[in-house]
Structures are given as C-alpha cells and as structure tokens.
Design a protein around this ligand. Structure first.
Ligand code: COI
Length: 368
C-alpha cells in the first residue's frame, strides 16, 4: 500500500472510532471546479476518501484523506478469487439546505450480509455509519441543490492478503469513495430477456453485492448492446422461466395501474433497498403489492392481451428506470410509459422524501 497507516490498532468500538479518525484535510466549503451540468457518472471521484484496514482479526487505521491510488502486490487475493464486496448509496441536498444520506443503516446491514456471504469480516456500525457521515460532511460542497443530482457513495472492501492458495484472506481494505451522479439512464430502456446466460443460481451468491456477480453479467450485456438493447432481463437458473432481475437492478411491474408486482426475494436476487422503499411506498399510491414468482410468459401474455403493463428497473444508481420494450425470443412487446404511469409517481414520492419535501415516516433520512 502506498497509503500511510500511521495510527495504532483499535477495535473500532463506537466511541473510539471518531476520536481516532485522523482527518487529513479540513472541510472545504467552496463549490468544486466541476461541471455539474455535463458529466459522466463514475469517472470522477471527489477529493477525499475513507480507508480502513483489517489485520490480526480487527478493523483499524481509519483515515479520511485525499483520494489516492492504492498499490497492491500481484499476489493480493482480491485480484484472483473475487473476494470483493461493495455498496451503493446516495446523499441528497434537502430543500432546507441539509444533507440526507438515504437509508444509510439499511446499506450498512446489507454490506455486512454481503461480507458474510463472501467470508469477509463484518464492519462495525460505528465505522461504516460514522465514517460515511464524516466523509460526506467533509465533502458537502459536492452535494448540490438540484432535484436530478445526488452524490453517489461507494463503500467497498477487498481481500489484500498476498497468497495464491484458494482460501479466505486474513487481511482486507475497506474504502469509501464518492462520485457525482445524475440520471444513470437517460431514456426508457429496451430490454431483452436473456435465455442462455444466467446471473445467479440458487445457492449461489446472487443476493450479495460482490464484484463477481457484476463481472459475470458483462458478456451477456455486451451481446445485448450489440443487438441494440440497453439491458437484460435475467431468468432463473433452473427452468429459465421465472423473472429475476434486470441488468444491475431489481425489476418491478405495475399491472393496470393497480398492482405492484415484483419477484420475491431469494438467494439469487439482490435484496434491493430501492425495491424495499418502493414496496413500502406503494400503499400510499393505492397499489397492492405482490411479491411472488413471475413467469416471463405471464408478463408477455398480459401485454399481448392488451393489459396496461408498466415495467421498470429499480436500484440506487438507476432509481426507477422505465422499460419501454421487452424482447422475448425474437418478438417485441411494448410496455406502458405514458406520462400518467404509476412508476413516475413513485419516483416523485421517493425524490420528495429524499429532498425533505415530504415527511419521512419510515426514518430513512440520515441528516448530516
Ligand atoms: C447501484 O445501484 O448502486 C448499483 O449497484 C448499480 C451499479 C452502479 C453497479
């Protein structure tokens, strides 16, 4: 590592954490020299990052400092066997000028579930939660007041022990970087149902946010793009009949403006936090929620018989991404994307809660 770790080990107990966190940069309040109107998501990190190290059985050496390259031995285990986990969450500017880190605690819990699945050590709440709060408040100049904008927060952990034997690493790094984000997708998507490759199998690691799930999705996604599609709908691994997810998002449907339908969670489907938020908001829009197995043929038959079917991908980065067309075995089916579609109302509600315009009865807002 080229990053210095000058501080002694601590066991990251709640109070110890912030006390021992060395702040290498003072908070900067000026708006950065960055074109907030025109930019590509994910190619630009903000100025500071959080780093922590796990060795000898404990997380320690937490630092917030300037974003730097890291150097790893070519033997580092994350480079070989995919022991990596990440999260994605967002910070918003509320209309009264505060910063809202949306569903921070839920993301912390999911990070630890993913770490457990990948045989990696859990992070203490004080480190993930207090560390992200501290980092975001130091980078507050990157959270601008724009309903389309959010500061994307990317916590991630990687195995750093130097060893080629296939085993769980003893050493890890946890890092948090931040990156500006507007719309992840700019217009309604054309998606193709993938009938050959699968994203994840029962008993696999599909419910974890580990890098391998995303790596394995790239080739099918590349092929779909070559055929003119924006994303894929994944089917189950056993029968290739049941809908699982869409690209890197959970998938939902609204049937005839009345029913919010989404695949029930399983160990091959990510427990999406945006998915959960939408399910909890649905009753306010008089939508009945159905979480169950959904055969792709059911959706196709409903569209073909003239029902009003909205389809949309949901995720932290993509929020709610309308699907305008589903291609299945060479035939195309149009979904409902008119202005009065329920998915736009849900998106608006979510945005209003995040920006503090609408009350947050669920306690999702973490204000810094
Ligand atoms: C997210 O929505 O945070 C994701 O994980 C999607 C993607 C940027 C990988």
């Amino acid at each position: 590592m080229t990053l210095a770790f000058p501080f002694g080990k601590n066991d990251c107990q709640a109070n110890a954490f912030l006390k021992e966190l060395p702040m290498m940069n003072e908070t900067i309040t000026e708006k950065p020299d960055f074109d907030f109107e025109n930019f590509t998501f994910g190619v630009q990190a903000t100025d500071q990052m959080l780093v922590a190290k796990y060795e000898n059985g404990a997380w320690s050496n937490f630092q917030i400092g300037p974003v730097k390259n890291i150097s790893l031995s070519p033997l580092a285990m994350c480079l070989h066997y995919g022991q990596t986990v990440f999260e994605g969450l967002k910070a918003f500017k509320t209309t009264d000028g505060k910063i809202n880190i949306f569903r921070l605690e839920s993301h912390f819990k999911r990070m630890n579930r993913s770490l457990e699945r990948m045989a990696m050590p859990a992070l203490p709440a004080s480190c993930f939660i207090d560390g992200i709060r501290e980092l975001v408040s130091k980078e507050s100049q990157w959270v601008i007041d724009d309903p389309e904008y959010a500061l994307y927060i990317r916590p991630f952990a990687i195995a750093t022990e130097n060893k080629l034997g296939v085993d769980a690493s003893h050493d890890y790094l946890f890092m948090v970087i931040l990156s500006p984000l507007k719309a992840y997708y700019n217009s309604p998507l054309r998606v193709v149902v993938e009938t050959n490759y699968i994203r994840s199998a029962k008993g696999g690691a599909g419910a974890a946010k580990n890098g391998g799930n995303y790596g394995a999705s790239l080739l099918p996604q590349q092929k779909a793009k070559k055929e003119g599609f924006d994303q894929i709908i994944w089917l189950d691994s056993n029968e290739k009949k049941y809908i699982e997810e869409s690209g890197t998002m959970n998938i939902m449907f609204i049937l005839n403006g009345k029913t919010l339908l989404t695949p029930a969670l399983s160990d091959s489907i990510l427990d999406g936090i945006t998915r959960d938020s939408i399910i909890k908001l649905a009753p306010e829009l008089n939508l009945e929620v159905e979480e169950r197995s959904i055969q792709i043929s059911e959706i196709i038959d409903r569209i073909a018989s003239g029902e009003q079917v909205e389809g949309f991908g949901v995720g932290t980065a993509a929020v709610i991404s309308p699907i305008k067309e589903i291609s299945y075995k060479g035939d195309s089916f149009e979904t409902y994307v008119q202005e009065d579609a329920g998915m736009y109302r849900i998106k608006e509600m979510l945005s209003e809660i995040r920006r503090g315009i609408r009350p947050d009865p669920f306690g999702w807002s973490d204000l810094v």
